[in-house]
Ligand binder design. Sequence first.
Ligand code: UDP
Ligand code: MN
Length: 643
Amino acid sequence: MRLWIRAAAVRRRVLCLWLLLLGFALVTLALSDLLNRDQDQSHQNPSPPRRPLQRIPRPDLEIIVDSRDPALELGLNIAPLKSLQEDQLLFVPSTQGIKNPPKRKGSYKVILTGSNKDSTTPAPPTHGEVGKEVQTQLRDSEKKVELSDVQKFGFNEVISESISLHRRFPEVRHPECLGEQYSEALPSASVIICFHDEAWSTLLRTVHTVLDSAPKQYLQEILLVDDLSQHGHLKSVLSEYVSHLDGVRLIRSTKRLGVGGCRSLGAARAAGEVLVFVDSHCECQKGWLEPLLERIAQDRTRVVSPIMDVIDWQTFQYNATQWPVRGVFDWRLDFHWESYHHLPDKEQDSAVQPVSSPALGGGVVAMDRHFFHSVGAYDPGILLWGGEQIELSIRVWSCGGSMEVVPCSRVAHVGHHHLPYLLPDQEVLQRNKIRVADTWMDAFRKIFYRRDTLAHFIRQSESPNITERLRLKRSLGCRNFHWYLTTVYPQLYIPQDRPALSGELYNVGTSSCADLPRGHDLHGGVMVIAPCSGTGSQHCDLNSDSEVRFGPMGALCLDVDGERVVASPCAKQRPTSSRLQWKFIKLSGQLVHQQSQLCVEAVKEGGVTHSTHTSPAGLLLRPCTHQPRQQWHFEQLVAPKGA
Ligand code: UDP
Ligand code: MN
């Protein structure tokens, strides 16, 4: 009995001990969870937050937005975002006037030089160092492009850091622009600057040039939208810096949104009548905003862009873009600024008159806020980077709006050497383009798929979910792509792509394909013989005018220069001169130049022909023979469904 009682007492004690241990474990777990949550927040960790809106412990002039808000996923219906209760957001009063604000006219100094800079987390530069002279004289060592910097940001950050945040460019506007009068009651503008891992100097220079150049009465606000940047300098130091700037708000997304999504987020938060999207590495010229606002005030369906000047990514020198210029895209759905020579004649007259533009680049683009929303914002299915501007362009034109470049407005944009962030894979861009093609191009999309075979193969195994966008297209009563091609962009050549007369131009003797080296896509150059790419980049089209059209724009024609075959801009007049005409003899595979009646022969580098002399490599005109180097066929790589 006693034994039994003792055993029971021991069991009770063991039980107590277990309970105690369990309690301790629970408390430890709860504590570590709390700590982890704090850590997640302080590092802007992309892991999904538990609540729709996060609060950060320290007061800053910023709003944390969980971009998984259904309003953003839908893109079209922005009502839920706007209807968020004030107390659900993190609106913290501006610290202005409390701290010592940095004086606006100062420059800043870099604390660490390029040589001892940590390669992963750049130290924040000091700001507001008033009176320090701007370093314009660069040391020789600084002039050299630091490879790691270029890799990190896509441009020479060391040079950029040494340049004033308030630098001015020479006046390059046409003298007539200086005399232009703008209405006194222009609409207010919200300037939206999205950024993902932008360098400190370029981001701040963008903000300051807007502040320095936009008239106060028209600048409603600058919205800086952080698209989940990871670089240390874009965190608390930026919050602190921005809190001193009048009229600048910082919004941070807790999910990577990409260019279009980030801009839609900014737009949903904007209060100005006009939205001006500005890339995070731009410098605005004096007087850039008023001409844009004027054009939008006159017609609220106009989408406008300044002339985009170019800041060299190596030297940060400013290069003015020649007027006239307009935005276009090719059949691979890549965007280009097209210069003077290609513009339709009637539009080359005036130095101050805007030119209509089939598309606009994303560097700076402005439009009425209501029009932006009613025409469907940015396509939320276009992810990260690429294609969003082409989609916007076709949609704006097809659904009742228009686009133009305004010559009295100029903004310079840093031409990246490469994108400063990694895309998870190449397919992101192709998937974006697939959305554009399938939503907007009707049967013309086949032309795209033949010239982008990666997109074609992706499309064969998956279909984009474009139901919402097609519904939008229907509800807005948008016109079809044929209308766009004939009315807006009649200069775009429409390939015929006939079977057996289009595709890669394959040479039997060399087992290679006719190609035009990179960088010559727009203006032409000497044709070469190169490994067949299989990507569609070497696609060409022998059409019913007997031209062989080469390149994604279809604007280059096979031509001759002496004995060499070259690609040059196709003639506008019909009939085409016989110099640009070719005949393909299917039986022998010979490609015959009509004017000379000579055949195209492929010559690989150092190839010896005609026993006596060494011939240059490339495509050369030779007397016709039946040797394999004169045998060609057009290989169509893909046969899109229904083609
Ligand atoms: N951007 C962004 N999220 C992204 C990718 C880009 O907010 O996922 C920003 C980027 O910082 C820049 C703008 O969107 O301000 C356009 O991107 P970028 O300049 O790299 O494109 P590009 O001018 O080369 O077409
Ligand atoms: Mn850019």
